[in-house]
Design a protein around this ligand. Structure first.
Ligand code: 4NP
Length: 156
């Protein structure tokens, strides 16, 4: 069983999208019982909200239905999850600051470390940009999540 938490700032664009992409890949591989997948934000600005309507519209064009409700990262997450995956430098820095132990620190990873097709060092925040930013986020996340699934299944 692998428990993965995707993290961004607001938990209304990038991390719920990553959750949706990973859920679909895991389902397509018939591995639903092997994974727990969730997402959270380093901020609580959008607590309880569904993903941003633009993110949902772009997701829906590729067949993803995003139903996660935004929540903030909590201390228990560092005990409950095996991998805590941030989208950019600020997410990683905020997670590192909040990690309760060195073991928890080791669970923190960067989404783009799993990319195999599109080279990138972070998943950019699409919130204040236009539609191409949302498409780019989905492109990066589809690449990264397939690399992540590959990394997690090759040694089991
Ligand atoms: P996310 O995008 O971190 O990918 O969910 C953002 C959503 C909201 C805000 C910033 C980024 N905001 O400032 O409200």
């Amino acid at each position: 069983m692998k428990k993965i938490l995707f993290v961004c700032l607001g938990n209304i664009c990038r991390s719920p999208m990553a959750e949706g992409v990973m859920r679909r890949l895991v389902e397509e591989a018939g591995l639903e019982k092997e994974f727990v997948i969730d997402s959270a934000g380093t901020s609580g600005y959008h607590q309880g909200d569904l993903p941003d309507s633009r993110m949902r519209a772009h997701a829906s064009q590729r067949g993803y239905n995003l139903t996660h409700h935004s929540r903030r990262v909590r201390t228990e997450d560092f005990y409950d999850f095996d991998l805590i995956i941030g989208m950019d430098d600020q997410n990683i820095a905020d997670l590192q600051e909040r990690a309760p132990s060195t073991e928890a620190l080791r669970k923190i990873h960067r989404m783009t470390e799993y990319n195999t097709r599109i080279p990138a060092d972070h998943v950019p925040d699409p919130y204040y940009g236009g539609s191409s930013g949302f498409e780019h986020v989905i492109d990066l996340l589809e690449d990264a999540c397939s690399g992540l699934l590959e990394a997690l299944t090759q040694d089991s």
